[in-house]
Design a protein around this ligand. Structure first.
Ligand SMILES: Cc1ncc(COP(=O)(O)O)c(C=O)c1O
Length: 439
């Protein structure tokens, strides 16, 4: 290992125990396909597609070349009152992949910005329709919608909300769908729990439907530890939203771009929302890009409500559709198509399911759940020290050459869609050994 020639201290790391990390850092220096290389030269099998984003695998030459080419052609162009071809092409490609009727794309740079954008579009849409009183936003317990004030407010992860989550007053939450007594070890969608969607009727009655703007949920909640929607749950949410004129937003920052076996989970579940937020997989993580896909009805309501020479939506970011990002997106979407990676994810899902469920009985496992190429393995928390076993599992997997993600005592897997069956086995064998060690 070459000596580190940079200081660790000045960088304040996000969502990280900074002092713990800097005392024993884990530094990655390169990546290719399914593997990272750590600074000590060890190869690390990527069980989490980076942070749920590297769906096409790492440093794929066609994506790298597209970014390189774009950087030497048009590095940046202003995106307000100006355009460049890449953003129009990338928007069309994303819209083509979306469910029918969702055909306009607003770009942002991160999932957090995409969520805030979707919430603002919901408010703008109701206002444009003469229903500006609809301004209550409904999220769900255990939901993760990024770190912006909008996303934190509709989000439902207590640690994230504690200091920052209560500034938007007009927010309410549905109950989460996690239930170990009823649904432990479900394969795919749990049978129990569709009725939990009916809680939306309670929220609607409490606030009055005329005051509610939108409901936002992750179709499969990812960051909170892979919570798969019970059979019929999303359909019920859709029906209740329709009944009361609420907009339904699917936050597909994790589930988008093949994770569930189709371009979007909306298609896998056969439930079409009014907006889809996306990020991560749109460029396979190579350059930050995110956005919101909106229905024509929403787009037209907002855009047609203003005179043609006026800005219709006072919203956007300096890098909303950055040339490098849209070049990366075009190349990534082409690669998904060429290699049929969404089909691959769907075809591999039963093998993945079988493999992860083989961990039942290992160590202190109390639940295993899966959908598409996502899985959550929940272990019994150590008395008085929630999260300690999960963190130990993460560290030991890394030491043994496998990258996992933990949230509390839940180990999450979401490998790149190019993973082989042998590599699935390797991840599961490593986890089995680690779970034995920490039992
Ligand atoms: C469902 C969901 N929404 C939003 C976000 C926020 O995305 P970002 O970290 O790019 O801001 C995430 C990140 O993991 C996410 O999983």
């Amino acid at each position: 290992m070459t000596p580190r020639d940079y200081p660790l201290e000045p960088f304040w790391m996000p969502f990280t125990a900074n002092r713990q990390f800097k005392a024993a850092p884990r530094i990655l220096v390169s990546a290719r396909d399914m593997h990272y290389t750590a600074e000590d030269g060890r190869s690390i099998l990527d069980g989490t597609a980076g942070l749920w984003c590297v769906n096409a695998g790492h440093c794929r030459p066609k994506i790298v070349e597209a970014i390189r080419r774009q950087a030497g052609t048009l590095d940046y162009s202003p995106l307000f009152q100006m355009g460049h071809p890449g953003e129009f092409r990338a928007a069309a490609l994303v819209a083509q992949l979306a469910p029918a009727g969702l055909d306009h794309v607003f770009f942002a740079n991160s999932g957090s910005e995409a969520v805030d954008t979707a919430l603002k579009i919901a408010l703008a849409c109701h206002r444009a329709r003469g229903e500006g009183h609809r301004n209550v936003l409904v999220g769900r317990e255990r939901g993760y919608h990024g770190a912006g004030f909008g996303g934190i407010s509709v989000g439902g992860i207590p640690a994230n909300r504690k200091a920052f989550g209560n500034l938007l007053a007009r927010v309410d939450h549905l109950p989460h769908t996690h239930n170990l007594e009823r649904n432990a070890y479900s394969r795919g969608q749990p049978a129990w729990g569709a009725h939990l969607a009916d809680d939306l009727e309670r929220v609607v009655a409490l606030h009055d439907p005329s005051n509610i703007a939108a409901v936002i949920v992750e179709p499969v909640a990812g960051s909170t530890g892979v919570l798969v929607p019970p059979k019929g749950y999303l359909e019920r949410l859709r029906a209740i939203c329709d009944k009361h004129g609420l907009l339904l937003i699917f936050d597909e920052v994790i589930t988008g771009f093949g994770r569930t076996g189709h371009a979007f989970a909306a298609q896998t579940f056969g439930v079409t929302p009014d907006m889809i937020t996306f990020a991560k997989g749109v460029t396979s993580g190579a350059v930050p890009l995110a956005g919101v896909i909106v229905s024509r009805a929403i787009h037209d309501a907002v855009v047609n409500s203003a005179p043609p020479d006026t800005v219709e939506l006072f919203h956007g970011y300096t890098y909303s559709g950055h040339p490098l990002a849209t070049a990366a997106a075009e190349a990534t979407l082409a690669l998904y198509h060429e290699e049929k990676l969404f089909d691959r994810a769907r075809e591999l899902a039963p093998y993945f399911e079988q493999a992860v469920h083989s961990l039942k009985g290992a160590g202190r496992v109390i639940d295993i759940r899966n959908f598409g190429l996502m899985a959550g393995i929940e272990i019994e928390p150590q008395a008085g020290k929630p999260g300690a076993r999960g963190y130990q599992a993460f560290l030991k997997c890394f030491e043994k050459g496998v990258m996992t993600r933990v949230t509390g005592d839940i180990i999450a897997l979401s490998p790149p869609l190019i993973i082989s069956k042998g590599q699935v086995d390797e991840i599961v064998a490593t986890l089995a050994a680690v779970l034995r060690e920490i039992a």
